[in-house]
Design a protein around this ligand. Structure first.
Ligand SMILES: *Cc1c(COP(=O)(O)O)cnc(C)c1O
Length: 640
């Protein structure tokens, strides 16, 4: 970065650099002090902005230190509102003759607080839940106390699952069973006849339409779930035989999650509507069309059909869906169905932010050399290396780099054979770093960067050590190369003069973040600020509300982080409405079947033996056991 650029840096430059307003969906912004804010409107239409740094400090003072997951109840409410209102206005403006009934798929964030908040905020819209297992159905039945809302049951269902759903129908709950495999319909017929309850049957179909994006394996002929056209006909015939065709009410499909291209969404709707119209023709009752999930989140803010983005707005999605349904069904003279979507990712992604602090950094900067460090008796190879360093110009970058590398490697070989000292080797490494850094700085001045040197900025970038476990808190980064916006939550009025990758606290070589969002491409390094003595440096990972919280795997026994739910009230005050302390070390040990009491007892015996052998005093034993117990009940992450 040029000196002038550093000195004139403003918050606006940070907003642009990190794309905050592009991915922030109007929820995230930054204030005059260079801090990221969450912005919410109250019912009176007043905008309140709250600094994430203030929330982090407030939580730390309450004993919930970093790493900390912050859930914004307002953002969850707002997103439920946006989805429902967008469908409402699309339905109104196009004259669609039925309503929208969203359901939230519990698997996307199963946390009780989240599901409760969705049920609460969704009440006024009749927003329901999707359950993919018995456990999820049990949670849904208790939390969703609203008979306007639907419960859609997907996944493999045994008799117990179906019986529970059927009996709940007697209570007035609207439960739908979606048939996912040909054999399931027999179980449903059997249970319904025994229970004497008319089931609401749905059917999941396999669409031939293939979609783009990461999750495209869920669509097309080979998708695991859903019925093909032959199975569908067999099912219709079976229901007709049993006089139950009027129970077949819903058509369901799911294209896969995070569908970046609106064209794929539209193609899916069109194909599904063909099936829908034919089922009506066959005599099924129908009335509900369930489009599944797939509504994407624009993680990089690029508004493109790139995997981590989407080339459509929520309004466009709703209008396209409504118009595609009308376009197909009107020409067949079929009545408009209730539109159901199972948007998970788009509902919850915005509401959670993971905050963590940086513990330390490593930079690949050379150290200042003494004047006389290369003298008469220094090995000639080192002098060659110094010559290579001194001859770097914009015209010979590649050549100088090759020379530097060659001499450095020669010196490494000499060291291996005992022909240069450790000090000479260290000197050589330092000279090479100087050479490489000088070349890197000159890369900006040449028109065409030689291919071999293109990776130099990454190779020389800093490593920032973060107090977080990627495996536990951001599993998709590791598992599927998911990109999330990652931004310092403060100091945005200062130029970020360092380029870095992030290493997590697990010290596993996969526990790193080295791909970052960019509007054109994927960044290999993230611009960050140099650490200041005595001041925390806090980064936020945004849009992590979907799929991240429950997939964590206790890698190195790092457990759940601290969590706070906050609500920004009508006056703009922050209400810490709920808090959950992260796992203690005793918690994570017991997850993998250790008994903390037993461990203590064994350690006590070890200490007692040391007393007997006079290695420690009884008083020292007490201190050691105290340290052991205190660690056992402490946080699994780095504590200050
Ligand atoms: C996972 C899943 C969803 C949620 O998809 P999103 O893309 O997160 O909205 C919806 N329906 C079914 C059947 C699913 O398996």
């Amino acid at each position: 970065m040029k000196q002038e650029q550093i000195e004139n840096w403003t918050c606006e430059d940070s907003a642009e650099l990190y794309g905050i307003r592009n991915w922030g969906a109007g929820y995230f912004n930054l204030n005059q002090s260079g801090e990221i804010t969450v912005e919410v409107k109250n019912d009176a239409g007043e905008l309140h902005a709250v600094s994430l740094l203030d929330i982090a400090h407030g939580a730390t003072e309450r004993g919930l230190g970093m790493p900390l997951l912050v859930r914004f109840e307002n953002l969850l409410d707002a997103q439920i509102g946006r989805i429902n209102n967008s469908f409402r206005s699309a339905i109104e403006s196009s004259g669609y003759n039925n309503v929208f009934r969203g359901v939230f798929p519990i698997k996307v964030n199963q946390q009780c607080q989240v599901i409760e908040e969705i049920a609460r905020a969704g009440r006024q819209f009749g927003h329901g839940l999707e359950a993919g297992s018995k456990a999820e159905l049990i949670a849904a039945l208790s939390i969703l106390d609203n008979t306007d809302a639907l419960i859609v049951c997907n996944g493999y269902k045994d008799e117990e699952f179906i019986n529970l759903g059927l009996q709940a129908q007697r209570l007035g709950v609207q439960v739908f069973f979606v048939v996912e495999t040909p054999s399931e319909v027999d179980t449903i017929i059997h249970c319904a006849q025994r229970e004497q309850v008319e089931p609401n049957i749905g059917v999941r179909i396999k669409l031939a339409s293939k979609v783009g994006g990461y999750w495209n394996a869920t669509s097309g002929d080979r998708s695991i779930f859903g019925l093909g056209s032959n199975d569908l006909i067999a099912m219709v015939d079976k229901l007709r035989d049993q006089n139950m065709l009027h129970c077949l009410k819903l058509l369901h499909y799911h294209l896969g999650s995070q569908v970046p291209n609106i064209r794929d969404i539209r193609t899916g709707v069109l194909e599904a509507c063909r099936y829908y119209a034919d089922l009506v023709e066959e005599g099924a009752a129908m009335g509900y069309l369930d489009l599944g999930g797939g509504l994407a989140v624009d993680y990089d803010g690029s508004k493109t059909n790139y995997t981590h983005s989407k080339n459509y707005s929520l309004d466009e999605y709703c209008v396209d869906v409504v118009e595609a349904i009308m376009g197909t069904l009107d020409s067949e003279g079929v009545e408009h169905p209730v539109i159901i979507t199972e948007s998970g990712r788009a509902t919850v992604a915005y509401s959670s932010v993971l905050l963590f602090n940086i513990l330390d950094t490593t930079s690949f900067e050379p150290i200042e050399l003494e004047e006389d460090s290369i003298g008469e008796d220094t090995h000639p190879m080192l002098k060659n290396l110094q010559d290579a360093l001194q001859s770097v110009t914009p015209k010979n970058l590649q050549e100088s780099y090759n020379d530097g590398l060659y001499y450095r490697d020669e010196i490494r070989a000499l060291y291996l054979h005992g022909q240069v000292s450790l000090r000479d080797r260290a000197l050589a490494e330092n000279l090479f770093l100087q050479c490489a850094q000088r070349i890197r700085k000159l890369l900006n001045e040449v028109d065409q960067v030689p291919v071999d040197l293109q990776a130099l900025p990454e190779v020389l970038s800093d490593i920032y050590y973060a107090n977080v476990s990627v495996f536990q808190s951001l599993p998709d980064i590791w598992a599927i190369d998911q990109l999330f916006p990652l931004v310092p939550v403060h100091r945005l009025d200062e130029a970020p003069t360092r380029s870095a990758i992030i290493a997590d606290i697990t010290c596993d070589c996969d526990g790193k973040i080295d791909r970052f969002i960019d509007r054109q491409d994927v960044r290999k390094t993230l611009p960050l600020h140099p650490l200041k003595d005595g001041e925390e440096y806090i980064l936020g990972t945004f849009l992590v509300g979907a799929y991240q919280e429950t997939l964590g795997d206790l890698h190195n026994l790092f457990g759940d982080t601290n969590v706070v739910s906050v609500r920004i009230d009508d006056d703009g005050q922050v209400d810490y409405s709920r808090e959950i302390h992260g796992d203690s070390i005793a918690d994570v040990l017991s997850y993998v079947e250790y008994s903390p009491q037993d461990l203590f007892e064994r350690f006590r015996k070890l200490a007692e033996r040391a007393v007997k052998e006079k290695r420690i005093t009884a008083q020292q034993r007490k201190d050691i056991l105290h340290t052991y117990t205190a660690s056992m009940s402490g946080y699994t992450y780095f504590e200050k």
